[in-house]
Structure formats: structure tokens, C-alpha cells
Design a protein around this ligand. Structure first.
Ligand code: ZN
Ligand code: ZN
Length: 354
């Protein structure tokens, strides 16, 4: 059966996305055609579109890597039972075959595919994706959640979930969350769900109010504050919360030079700094602090898709939420939504729904 894909393409960075239709390509083995339910708008999309960061596939390209949808066609080698299933598409799909994948280093698989970067993504009616790591959504979860809103699991939730796992964040730890935006807010709710004490830092009072609702025990409006004052305030709040004075787990999601500087300067004995946000800016730091403090600096490129079912379990149990953090927009409004997101006018993650 012939199907038409209608998507919004980046033709040239900086230009509005263009609506175009084309015939869906014949599926390769181990691929599926997905009818898109929703696709979250991420800062990475804005970076491709507005900041000159190059996509791996040349434009014209449909962006979008936070995708949920329903499988409508299956290629050769795919379990035919997948047809009709609601699924999440991991933001980064490893090949599953190479030595890195076999060795549980799937996040750095060199044959990985990121929709909306290596090939057309989710700002479309349909999209073609590899089937191997698709995460089926249990029917029970769909009785309390809509499929479009679960799209944000694929990056906004999964990435900080992976970071928390790598950092070994545990009950009773102190999580210092720098940035309470589209990714940061989920770092906060995940840390709170783990049972960590959470201190949230942001420059926006509205985001801090949301952070409190997501489980932050303390919030600090860092706008205009110097690093010494920030450090003193974090220590004070940690004490007030009865949190450890050392071995902090610091989640940097702001993706700003100031945020990263703050993160590095909050390192203390046994601390871990997770670099989750992205910026092209560089900073000058005394790297030897890592040695002196026996501290760790770690990054993660998205998350391992094997974590997705666990995240869906947490949602089913009500330990974490998506509903308070998403807003639904018609896909046809994408250019206006991109402008609002770029101007920092959105308090919630925008999900584009075809
Ligand atoms: Zn993203
Ligand atoms: Zn691989």
C-alpha cells in the first residue's frame, strides 16, 4: 500500500520549516513505518535550525527525535506482531550488532541512528525508523496517558534518567540540579523519585516554582549571584535539608557557560558532575580539582534504550509524571512554536501533534 509522508522540512538553517509531501520509501529489512502520535521539540532541534549546528544528513531534512507513534507497516525481519502497537522511538537508536553494542556501550555505537539528524525525524505524519530498540507502550499505561505526551520520554526523561543511573544517584544523596528547564525539570523529578534531597538552581523564578512542584526541597534563584554566594547558599540549603555535606551529585542541564561554571565550582569531595546540557562555549577550569577532590566529571550521549521500559514502569506507578510538563500544539503551527521556544516563551515542553 502506498503511503504519503507529510513533514515539515529544514531546507536551509535559519529559514522557516517547509511543509512537503512525498511517497513513503519502501521499507528496508528491520525497519518500520510509524504513524507519528507526537514529537517533542528539543533545544537540539533549535541548534540545528537556528545556531548553525550541522545535521549528519544534509537538508532538506525533517527534524525531531522525541517520537511516539503507532507501527503501521513492518519490513522484512520485523516481528509482524509489532504492527498496530504503540511505541516510543529512542532518540538514539544503536545498531545492536557491533562490538560496542554487544559490550553494553550502546550509547557510543558508531552505526547509531538519530531520527531528525541521520535521517528524517518526527515532525511529520509518518516516519521510517529501525525496529530493533523501539519500546512498546503497555496498554495499561495508555489508559492513563496519551501516546503523544509520552513522546518526551525519548529524550527529556530518558537522558537525565541515564545520567542519574551513571552517577549512582541514590536515596539520601544530595542532587544539585542546575537548570529547571525542559530537561532539568525531569532530572529534578527523577532525583526526587529516587529519594534524593534536591536543590534546584535557575535564573527564572517561574521554572523554580515548577521545580518545587517536581520535588525540589530547596530552590535558589541564581540570577546575578557570584559563585561564592551560590556555593554558600547550596551548603546552607543542604544543611537545612539534612543532606550530606560531601559526595554531591550535580546535574548540569542548563547548557550554558554560567551553568557549567557553577557546576564545576560546586564539586567537593567525592562529588560527581553530570554534563547533560550542551553549549559551544568553552570554560577555563582547574581540572586538578577532580584529583584533589577525588571527584568525577561525566557525560552521556542520550540514554541506552534498554532503560526505557523501566521509565515507563515509573510513570505507571506514578513515581514520575509527564502531564504537568508538556503542552500540545498542532504540527501545522511548528514555525510559530519554534519562534516561541527560541524566544524562551514556553514554560513546558512543546509536543507537535500531526
Ligand atoms: Zn533532544
Ligand atoms: Zn552498534
Amino acid at each position: 500500500m502506498k503511503r504519503t509522508i507529510t513533514g515539515w522540512m529544514m531546507t536551509e538553517p535559519g529559514k522557516p520549516l517547509e511543509k512537503r509531501s512525498f511517497e513513503a520509501p519502501a521499507l528496508e529489512p528491520n525497519e518500520v513505518l510509524l504513524q507519528v502520535a507526537g514529537c517533542g521539540l528539543c533545544h537540539t532541534d533549535l541548534a540545528f535550525l537556528l545556531q548553525g549546528i550541522k545535521t549528519r544528513a544534509k537538508p532538506p531534512l525533517i527534524l525531531g527525535h522525541e517520537i511516539s507513534g503507532t507501527v503501521v507497516e513492518t519490513g522484512a525481519g520485523v516481528d509482524p506482531g509489532l504492527k498496530g502497537r504503540a511505541v516510543l522511538v529512542p532518540a538514539v537508536l544503536p545498531c545492536g550488532e557491533c562490538a560496542l553494542c554487544q559490550g553494553d556501550s550502546r550509547r557510543i555505537c558508531s552505526a547509531q541512528i538519530m531520527p531528525g539528524n541521520d535521517r528524517h525525524g518526527g515532525f511529520a505524519s509518518h516516519t521510517v525508523v529501525p525496529s530493533r530498540f523501539l519500546c512498546p507502550v503497555p496498554d495499561s499505561l495508555l489508559s492513563s496517558h496519551e501516546l503523544w505526551e509520552l513522546s518526551i520520554v525519548s529524550d527529556a526523561l530518558a537522558t537525565p534518567f541515564q545520567s542519574a543511573r551513571l552517577a549512582g544517584l541514590s536515596r539520601g544523596d544530595l542532587a544539585v540540579c542546575i537548570g529547571a528547564g525542559g530537561i532539568g525539570i525531569h532530572g529534578i523529578q527523577i532525583a526526587a523519585a529516587i529519594g534524593a534531597k534536591v536543590i534546584a538552581l535557575d535564573v527564572d523564578p517561574g521554572k523554580l516554582a515548577q521545580a518545587e512542584k517536581a520535588g525540589a526541597g530547596a530552590t535558589i534563584l541564581v540570577k546575578g549571584m557570584g559563585i561564592k554566594d551560590i556555593r554558600a547558599r547550596v551548603r546552607e540549603e543542604a544543611k537545612r535539608l539534612g543532606a550530606p555535606a560531601l559526595q554531591w551529585k550535580i546535574l548540569e542541564t542548563s547548557g550554558t557557560k554560567a551553568g557549567q561554571e557553577t557546576g564545576f565550582n560546586l564539586l567537593n569531595h567525592g562529588a560527581t558532575l553530570c554534563v547533560i546540557g550542551f553549549t559551544m562555549d568553552t570554560l577555563e577550569v582547574r581540572l586538578s580539582n577532580l584529583m584533589a577532590f577525588d571527584a568525577r566529571l561525566i557525560g552521556n550521549w542520550g540514554s541506552d534504550p534498554v532503560l526505557y521500559p523501566e521509565i515507563l514502569d515509573w510513570l505507571a506507578q506514578g513515581r514520575i509524571q509527564v502531564k504537568p510538563y508538556v503542552e500540545r500544539h498542532p504540527l501545522a503551527d511548528i514555525n510559530a512554536v519554534v519562534d516561541s521556544a527560541h524566544a524562551g516563551l514556553l514554560q513546558k515542553r512543546a509536543v507537535l501533534v500531526p
